[in-house]
Design a protein around this ligand. Structure first.
Ligand code: S2G
Ligand code: ZN
Length: 466
C-alpha cells in the first residue's frame, strides 16, 4: 500500500475518532503488525488502542464508511498469520481493554474485557476458589479476545473442552460498528440461532470481541502426571485406551524422540528416564485417593505386558508434575529459533496411529534433509508437525519448499477425514488449502455469513476467506 494511502487512513482516524490512541511509531508498527508467524513482514498503516467498546464501535463505523481495513490484535501469539497486517491495514490492539468487569459466584462466571491476559483469568478464578481450565504454553501473553477468536484449545481439551465451552456470553462489534450482545450468560436460551458460536473461532473476520463472560469450573482435583516411553504409535493409542477407560484423564499429550531431543537441549533438561523411545506420552489424571494411583500403576503394568510402553515415571509432587510437563510444554519455545514450518492437523483420535504413520512416511520421503518434529494433543487427535529450517537456508526458500508438499499432506488428511487446522486457525498461511477440509459449498456459505456481519469486508480482510 502506498505511503499516501496509509497516511490518509491515519489522518481520517485522527479526525473522526477523537481521543483514540493512534501510533505510527516504527517499533509499534513492527511489534503489533504481526503474531508468532515468521513468514510475513508486518506493514500496517497504524496501530490503534481503543479503551472501551464505544471506541471500537466508533472506529469500525468510520472504517466501514472509508473502507479502512482493520486487523484485530490480541496477545499476538497466533501461528497462522491471523493477526498479521502486511498490506497497510490498521491494527486494532486490545492492550488498553484489560478490565475484569464482574464475577458472579452463583453463576460461576467472570466477565472481562477482550484484552485481559489468559493467565490473569486463571489467577483471578483461583482467588475465587474456582478454575479457568483453558491452558497452553502462551497463556502468559495471549488475550481472551484472541483465544475466543481462534477457539484456543491447549492441553486439557480432553477433560474441559475448548474455549468455546467456556463462553457464556459475548459482546462483539460487527463490521457495521454495531455492538452485539450474544447470550448474556444464560445456561439455556432457545431463542433462535446462537450467534455467539459464529464469532467464536471466526478469527476476527465477523466481528471484534470486546467483552466475554466466561464459565469457570470447580478447582481441579489432585492429579498425577506420568511420562511414558511408548514403543510406537499403536502402542501410544493402546496406552490412551487403557488409561482413558480406567481413569479420569485430564491430558494426553505426545512428543516424538526428535522433539524430546530439542526440548531437552533447549531447556537443559536431564533424560527423564534411562530408556530412549520413538515417542513419549505425557498424561495427567485426577488422583484424589491412593487407590487411583494404584489403578494407574496397574494400567502401566498392563501396557508393559502388552509391549506398548518400555518405561515410565510418575510424579510424586506438584513440583515433579511441573517438571514432567516441561518436556511437553517447552517444545514450542525450544524450537522457535529454528523458524519451524508448522502444520497443525487433526483427525479422530482412533485415526491417529494410521494417519501419523502415513504422514511421517510422506514427510520423510519428501523432506529427506529436513528435521521433522511431532508433538501435540494425541488425546484429542491434534498433531503438530514442525519442520526445522536448515541454518543456511533462507526463510523464503524454506517456506516455499515446505509449502510444495502441503497438497500431499492435506490430501492425506482429507483421506483420514481430518482437518488442515486443528486449533491454530486458517489465517493467511492455510487459506490456500481451505478446500482440503471444507467443500466449496461450505466456503460459499461462510462467505454469505461474512457478508451479513462485515458487508464492506473491512474486518481482517484476506484472512480465512478471500
Ligand atoms: C502446542 C503451540 C504452538 C506450536 O504446543 O500445543 O499449539 O505449534 C502448540 O508450537
Ligand atoms: Zn497445540
Amino acid at each position: 500500500m502506498s505511503t499516501e494511502k496509509k497516511t490518509s487512513w491515519t489522518e481520517v482516524l485522527k479526525t473522526h475518532c477523537p481521543g483514540l490512541e493512534i501510533s505510527t511509531e516504527a517499533a509499534v508498527l513492527e511489534s503489533h503488525g504481526c503474531d508468532w508467524t515468521r513468514f510475513r513482514k508486518p506493514d500496517p498503516s497504524a496501530v490503534v488502542f481503543p479503551r472501551n467498546a464505544e471506541d471500537v464501535s466508533n472506529l469500525v463505523k468510520v472504517a466501514q464508511e472509508r473502507r479502512i481495513a482493520l486487523v484485530p490484535s490480541g496477545g499476538r501469539t497466533g501461528l497462522s498469520g491471523g493477526a498479521v497486517a502486511d498490506a497497510g491495514e490498521v491494527v486494532v490492539s486490545f492492550d488498553r481493554m484489560r478490565r475484569i468487569i464482574d464475577f458472579n459466584a452463583v453463576d460461576r462466571t467472570l466477565t472481562v474485557e477482550a484484552g485481559v491476559v489468559t493467565q490473569a483469568v486463571q489467577e483471578y478464578a483461583l482467588q475465587k476458589g474456582l478454575y479457568y481450565p483453558v491452558s497452553f504454553a502462551s497463556e502468559g501473553s495471549s488475550q481472551i479476545g484472541g483465544n475466543i477468536s481462534t477457539n484456543a484449545g491447549g492441553i486439557r481439551v480432553l477433560r474441559y473442552g475448548l474455549t468455546r465451552e467456556r463462553v457464556a456470553g459475548l459482546k462483539v462489534v460487527d463490521g457495521r460498528g454495531e455492538l452485539l450482545e450474544c447470550n448474556a450468560g444464560l445456561v439455556k436460551n432457545a431463542s433462535g440461532y446462537d450467534l455467539r458460536h459464529l464469532f467464536i473461532g471466526s478469527e476476527g473476520t465477523l466481528g471484534l470481541v470486546v467483552e466475554a463472560t466466561l464459565w469457570l469450573v470447580d478447582p481441579p482435583k489432585p492429579s498425577r502426571v506420568m511420562l511414558l516411553a511408548v514403543t510406537g504409535l499403536e502402542g501410544m493409542m493402546d496406552v490412551f485406551r487403557r488409561f482413558n477407560d480406567s481413569l479420569v484423564l485430564t491430558a494426553f499429550e505426545f512428543l516424538s524422540d526428535s522433539a524430546m531431543r530439542y526440548v531437552r537441549q533447549g531447556h537443559d533438561l536431564p533424560a527423564p528416564m534411562d530408556t530412549e523411545s520413538p515417542f513419549y506420552v505425557v498424561l495427567e489424571f485426577e488422583c484424589a485417593e491412593a487407590v487411583t494411583e494404584d489403578l494407574a500403576l496397574q494400567c502401566f503394568e498392563q501396557c508393559l505386558e502388552a509391549g506398548s510402553v518400555d518405561d515410565g515415571v510418575i510424579s510424586q509432587s506438584e513440583a515433579q508434575a511441573a517438571d514432567l510437563w516441561r518436556y511437553r510444554e517447552g517444545v514450542s519455545e525450544a524450537i522457535t529459533a529454528f523458524t519451524p514450518y508448522k502444520n497443525d492437523l487433526s483427525v479422530r483420535v482412533s485415526e491417529v496411529p494410521a494417519y501419523l504413520q502415513d504422514l511421517d512416511q510422506l514427510v520423510k520421503s519428501r523432506y529427506p534433509d529436513f528435521e521433522v518434529l511431532w508433538y501435540g494433543h494425541a488425546g484429542d487427535g491434534n498433531l503438530h508437525m514442525n519442520i526445522l529450517k536448515p541454518g543456511a537456508m533462507a526463510v523464503e526458500e524454506f517456506e516455499q519448499i515446505c509449502g510444495r508438499v502441503n497438497p500431499e499432506v492435506f490430501s492425506l488428511t482429507r483421506v483420514h477425514r481430518g482437518s488442515i487446522s486443528a486449533e491454530h486457525g486458517i489465517g493467511l498461511l492455510k487459506k490456500p488449502y481451505l478446500s482440503y477440509t471444507r467443500t466449496e459449498a461450505d466456503i460459499a456459505r461462510m462467505r454469505g455469513i461474512k457478508a451479513v456481519f462485515d458487508p464492506m469486508n473491512i474486518l481482517n480482510p484476506g484472512k480465512l476467506l478471500d
